[in-house]
Design a protein around this ligand. Structure first.
Ligand SMILES: [Zn+2]
Length: 400
């Protein structure tokens, strides 16, 4: 079945790619004022007249909407259980940082099936539509939707997510409403550089695909053809890989195999998500000699998991430069992030509240002492501990 699906993608790609720009899949607008300002930073080389095009890019990890998170968002707007939610306050401390980049990426871990399908948290999630509008308002442009929770609400959940993401003019890849939707290559064009997003997930939590076209999975032949089609349509191919071992700070053998495979297929950048913990950034050498940046896991951007390991995450950022038809990715930086939340340790399942994402550089021990996980089951929440773990996992060259 998967071979048939891959063949279908291959057959249809040429026609769809030609229509890409015309059909509005290529998104070059929708930037905020801050982003318009950033787009003026096109650099010109000193040594000759050839122009260097530059796109600044950032990526963050899993937006994991637990029940206590959507309950708090419910309280921010109207009355409880009135179907109105506001998720923007959770991201207020990092919004300006995200908006400062030309393109910002996030992994939407939980399916946005919407209120009418019945909201739910762990283990089978369904999140409100307002999650998506909050991502838009916070400054995100690219959204991964291929995760192990993509199928939690079946095709109905997927159809709702696709519709809401489209309505918010977000560039997204991973789940699809029909076969032609699956064949589209999603591109953002910024400062004269076309960046394609192609997403794949290794796991579906054992749930069968409702349709062949529902979700992009780790099928080697399909991956190769999709990346190749993206390479033809864009200047830069960004692969979003949902993979890895949960709660592990190291990449596993499958991640090592697939990072090389994505690179050999033509990926320029690989952004990894899923383990709920941070993992190293590496440079992979593709068979053709290209140097491919791979951030194995960015951790949880927002979520209510109950361990120190799961509330430390990071933003990876870099400049994508194009000169003389050659792409380079440099100025790679890791900005550590923290998920803060408070509540009653004796009723930790239901009382988690005051969720907020902070840059670790803005976090302090007055806040860490109020973190519900501080002292809970041996967790030590402190600025020092977060830095210590970050330095253990992330190479110092990215922490300047
Ligand atoms: Zn996941």
């Amino acid at each position: 079945m998967k071979t048939l699906l891959a063949a279908a993608v291959f057959t249809l790609c040429a026609a769809i790619l030609i229509g890409c720009t015309d059909s509005g899949i290529s998104r070059s607008s929708g930037a905020s004022d801050t982003k318009e300002k950033a787009s003026e930073n096109m650099t010109v080389s000193d040594d000759n007249d050839l122009e260097t095009k530059n796109v600044s890019f950032c990526a963050v990890g899993d937006n994991l909407i637990h029940e206590t998170i959507y309950n708090e968002a419910d309280g921010f707007l109207g009355g409880y259980d009135d179907g109105k939610y506001d998720f923007t306050p959770f991201y207020s401390e990092v919004k300006d940082d995200i908006k400062a980049f030309d393109i910002a990426f996030i992994n939407q871990e939980t399916i946005v099936g919407g209120y009418d399908l019945g909201l739910s948290g762990y283990p089978v999630f369904n999140s409100p539509n307002e999650v998506v509008s909050a991502l838009k308002e916070t400054g995100f442009d690219m959204v991964n939707t291929a995760t192990n929770h993509s199928l939690d609400k079946g095709q109905e959940g997927i159809d709702n997510a696709v519709s809401v993401l489209d309505k918010n003019s977000l560039c997204h890849d991973g789940v699809y409403s029909d076969a032609s939707d699956m064949d589209k290559i999603r591109i953002i064009e910024k400062n004269g550089i076309k960046v394609a997003l192609v997403s794949f997930t290794e796991s579906t939590n054992g749930i069968e695909l409702p349709n062949d076209y529902s979700l992009s999975t780790f099928d080697d032949e399909y991956i190769k053809k999709k990346i190749s089609a993206a390479k033809t349509a864009a200047d830069v191919v960004l692969v979003s890989a949902h993979w890895g071992t949960e709660n592990s700070f190291k990449e596993n053998d499958s991640q090592k195999y697939y990072s090389k495979y994505f690179a050999d297929c033509g990926a320029d950048i690989i952004i990894g998500t899923h383990p709920h913990t941070i993992q190293p950034i590496k440079r992979i050498t593709a068979d053709d000699g290209r140097n491919v940046l791979c951030a194995y896991s960015l951790g949880n951007f927002l979520g209510g998991m109950l361990s120190f390991d799961n509330v430390l995450s990071g933003m990876v950022s870099f400049d994508i430069k194009e000169k003389d038809n050659r792409i380079t990715v440099d100025n790679v930086k890791w900005t550590p992030l923290v998920i803060h939340f408070e509540g009653d340790k004796n009723n930790i399942m239901d009382s988690r509240k005051n969720y907020k994402v902070y840059k670790l550089s803005d976090y302090n021990d007055k806040l860490s002492k109020k973190h519900i996980l501080n002292g809970y089951e041996g967790n030590e929440i402190s600025v020092e501990h977060f830095w210590e773990k970050t330095k253990e996992v992330i190479n110092s060259e990215f922490l300047q």
